[in-house]
Design a protein around this ligand. Structure first.
Ligand SMILES: Cc1cc2nc3c(=O)[nH]c(=O)nc-3n(C[C@H](O)[C@H](O)[C@H](O)COP(=O)(O)O)c2cc1C
Length: 271
């Protein structure tokens, strides 16, 4: 065979396709192999990040100050409880077992998608725009000298572009905010993304959720709170240029701390 015809052979469509397909095949194996191998580590990291956010909301972890290596031991201080949102109360360990829930691995997001483990929300009830909510939720309790000092609740709801997932921590009275965090959201960085700004989150500390009738009174304002207003204790400054995300946060707090979610359980705590 002449040099010319050998070169023509190498450049044939079949050859080009074979090389391209071989490269695709090898790359697919490498990518899917890496995804499978890294999955357990990703699950561990996700749980670690969730635990860190619970600690941040409860005021036990300060980014850049508390060593990450302490997350595990600090998190062990929490008692993990399951709340039946239909009954508005925490379940006893025996009831949790009967319900077949493992509080450590319970996945509320998956449960919310399962029609047998969740309920559809009516348009009027669904102020957080989440469509469905799971019957059970896990909450995290912290005690000091046998007294409840913090209760950390998972919350989520729609902002402008995305669903925001986070935690709100209340003091032992079940009504005063001790912290809030968002660990997953896709709002615009510098606008709605400021929900994760420590300076804004600090404004929540000490705010009151409920009025005298145990209705959610907390509002995220458009603009700043008038510190002299009698309602200032129920109000948080809005994020500038991000009124819609701010309203989303107000709505998700309103839903999750309201009658249809944690409100009745918190009322039992005295909040
Ligand atoms: C590119 C772009 C990104 C935006 N991202 C957000 C956002 O993440 N959250 C939000 O509330 N508003 C965002 N806005 C602004 C909203 O469209 C809307 O104007 C604003 O929420 C109204 O709030 P204001 O009255 O404080 O300006 C964005 C606007 C633009 C042009």
């Amino acid at each position: 065979m002449s040099d010319d015809s050998r070169k023509r052979d190498k450049d044939s469509i079949q050859n080009v396709l074979l090389v391209a397909l071989s490269i695709c095949f090898v790359c697919a194996i490498v990518v899917s192999g890496a995804a499978v191998l890294l999955k357990p580590q990703q699950t561990i990291n996700k749980a670690l990040d969730r635990n860190k956010n619970i600690l941040i909301a409860a005021g036990l972890f300060e980014k850049g100050v508390t060593p990450e290596s302490e997350i595990g031991s600090l998190f062990e201080e929490f008692e993990i409880r399951v709340v039946d949102l239909e009954q508005g109360r925490m379940l006893t360990p025996a009831e949790v077992e009967t319900a077949g829930i493992n509080p450590v691995s319970y996945d509320q997001r998956s449960a919310a998608k399962d029609t047998s483990a969740s309920k559809a929300l009516s348009t009027t009830a669904d102020i957080a725009s989440i469509k469905r909510r799971a019957r059970y939720s896990v909450v995290y309790l912290l005690r000091e000298n046998n007294q409840l000092s913090r209760i950390v609740l998972p919350v989520h709801g729609y902002g402008l572009w995305s669903t925001l997932y986070g935690f709100i921590a209340l003091e032992g009275n079940g009504s005063t905010v001790s912290g809030i965090t968002f660990y997953e959201q896709q709002e615009t960085a510098g606008l709605g993304g400021e929900v994760d700004n420590p300076a804004w989150k600090a404004l929540w500390r000490g705010k009151e959720i409920y009025d005298e009738n145990h209705q959610v009174a907390l509002k995220v304002l458009k603009g700043s709170v008038d510190r002299n207003s009698p309602n200032a204790r129920f109000q948080v400054d809005g994020l500038s240029g991000a009124t819609l995300t701010s309203r989303g946060v107000q709505n998700l707090v309103g839903y999750w701390l309201g009658e249809d979610a944690f409100g009745p359980m918190l009322a039992r705590l005295g909040g």
